[in-house]
Design a protein around this ligand. Structure first.
Ligand code: ADP
Length: 289
């Protein structure tokens, strides 16, 4: 698949500063995000990981402007999300930010063909005066869906619909692509094709790509992983190396296996050295040292 050449990277950078999100409920507010700080450069590609209920979908919907943060600031490229009107948020989603929801049917027009769905998704790019870099057929072929291009979406299987949804999400060359569990209904071949397409929009167009995933193959294929746990950003991974993040309030979330070793309330000895600090549990030290 070829593209028209692009000059400067087109991706949007992302900055979360102390983002809190609450869902009101009759039993009291549910705190979904409790002070998330996150900085993503324009043109980064990363996976958002974490157990169910940790706040991943909330982060995606805030990035897409489907909801507004209860507190804190979200900056996406030049846009301060809290200051945009509902109309401006809608326009942003129709043009520069593309969200592919987990349930493929929610992204698609069921009685239109796969090709028509993708053409529809490309209207935003045309509205920005841009020629979409890929034709619907090219995108569908890339995902092994060429023979089904003329089929009505309602007659496709869940996995086929998922691939049409991803092709539609990518089709308008968004500056920020958000995908929720993009491979949940796919076999390994289709999964690898989807990963390849995500890499391609990132490397060829410079788009920033954020994937929420439980799929270890998707996580392993991403240059950066960010783990959310209990509404806070916890560990970070960069090219297979694990990192913990110091939050702006000074807190550090430990990876789960470390947390098992050092449960909450453990008194740790802090030893400083040039590259940082060691946190040690003196009770686990051999006594003869
Ligand atoms: P994840 O995507 O990691 O599974 P979510 O962002 O969906 O997590 O949810 C984070 C927390 O917010 C969970 O405790 C969830 O139950 C709660 N939550 C999500 N959506 C709603 C909602 N519409 N109303 C009430 N609570 C919600």
């Amino acid at each position: 698949m070829t593209t028209t050449s692009q000059s400067a990277p087109t991706g949007l950078d992302i900055h979360f500063d102390g983002v809190v999100h609450l869902y009101p409920s009759p039993e009291g507010d549910v705190v979904a995000l409790r002070g998330v700080d996150l900085d993503v450069e324009a043109g980064e590609e990363f996976a958002l990981l974490g157990p169910s209920g940790s706040g991943k979908s909330t982060v995606l919907s805030l990035l897409a402007g489907l909801q507004r943060a209860s507190a804190g600031q979200i900056q996406i490229g030049p846009y301060e999300m809290g200051k945009l009107s509902n109309r401006q948020l809608l326009r942003l989603r129709a043009t520069e930010v593309s969200l592919v929801l987990q349930d493929p049917a929610r992204n698609l027009l069921p009685y239109a063909t796969a090709t028509q769905n993708i053409e529809f998704a490309q209207r935003g790019a045309r509205g920005r005066g841009k020629t979409p870099p890929w034709s619907p057929l090219e995108l569908l072929q890339e995902l092994g869906m060429g023979p089904l291009a003329g089929r009505t979406v309602a007659t496709l299987s869940g996995g086929e619909q998922q691939r049409v949804a991803i092709a539609s999400g990518v089709a308008g060359a968004p500056r920020l692509l958000l995908v929720d569990e993009p491979t949940s209904q796919l076999d390994t071949i289709s999964r690898d094709q989807v990963i390849e397409l995500l890499h391609r929009i990132n490397s060829q167009l410079g788009s920033t790509v954020v994937s929420v995933t439980h799929d270890p193959a998707v996580a392993a294929a991403m240059p950066r992983t960010v783990t959310i746990r209990d509404g806070r950003v916890g560990a970070e991974g960069r090219r297979g190396q694990e990192y913990a993040v110091v939050g702006r309030d000074g807190s550090v979330q430990l990876p789960p296996d470390v947390l098992e070793m050092l449960p909450p309330g453990t008194l740790l000895q802090v030893r400083r050295h040039r590259a940082g600090v060691d946190l040690r549990n003196p009770e686990l030290e051999p006594h003869d040292q």
